[in-house]
Design a protein around this ligand. Structure first.
Ligand code: DX5
Ligand code: ZN
Length: 219
């Protein structure tokens, strides 16, 4: 079993057939299902809320990897937990009290993630890294699928990998945005172990073949 995980983002799925689309990537070998929650406030796009998470929950046993790009965030975190989220990731800019948001997520029995926008410095991790389960590095500016990978993210991934290793804890390093079969190896070499891919999976006709191609690129 590879240590690498693939988390297809349903942002690029056919929303009219969402349950089917979730099942399809599950059966095609996804490790997580990445759910992008956007509010047209923190990011310039509007997607889904807890009712949709609840609706897709019966379609997969895989962990729902819920990426919250919304502010304010704390009041609605319990709704996502109740809807069946397994991992809940927040952006530090979206919460005044990041530590409180992390504790809230964990108190609901979910894994807690913190996401760094491309320009967000690593220092936000200084005091909270050891209390979280996952760091989500944005390799595009959040809001849309299908954007190009920002190359300087690789340096950031390398630096975070060092910090995670120094903790000695099993904190996952997930990368989100512009990840494709042809760059995933470089992202893995920089130190990532969980790969979000939206358009690179859902815009292809055969999800199983595409996920297999990701795995063979990862070696
Ligand atoms: C962007 C989202 C991503 C997005 C990735 O704000 O957080 O998860 O769906 O899409 P691709 O893989 O197409 O860049
Ligand atoms: Zn995302």
């Amino acid at each position: 079993m590879s240590q690498f995980k693939i988390s297809p983002s349903i942002l690029s799925a056919d929303f009219a057939r969402l349950g089917e689309e979730v099942r399809a990537v599950d059966e095609a070998g996804a490790d997580y299902i990445h759910v992008d929650v956007m509010d047209n406030h923190f990011v310039p796009n509007l997607t889904i809320g807890p009712v949709v998470v609840q609706a897709i929950r019966p379609h997969t046993q895989k962990p729902l990897d819920v990426h919250l790009m919304i502010t304010p965030v704390d009041a609605i975190i319990p709704e996502f937990a109740k809807a069946g989220a397994n991992i809940i990731t927040v952006h530090p800019e979206a919460t005044i009290h990041l530590d409180r948001s992390i504790q809230l997520i964990k108190s609901l029995g979910c894994k807690a993630g913190v996401s760094l926008n491309p320009a967000t410095p690593l220092s936000v991790l200084d005091y909270i890294l050891e209390s979280i389960d996952l760091v989500l590095v944005m390799s595009v500016n959040p809001g849309f699928g299908g954007q190009s990978f920002i190359d300087y993210s690789l340096r950031k991934i390398e630096a975070i990998r060092k910090r995670i290793d120094a903790t000695g804890k099993a904190i996952e390093l997930e990368v989100d945005g512009g990840v494709k079969v042809d760059n995933v190896r470089r992202v893995a070499d920089a130190g990532a172990d969980v790969f979000v891919a939206g358009s690179a999976i859902y815009n292809t006709p055969d999800y199983r073949a595409t996920i297999a191609a990701f795995r063979s690129a990862l070696g």
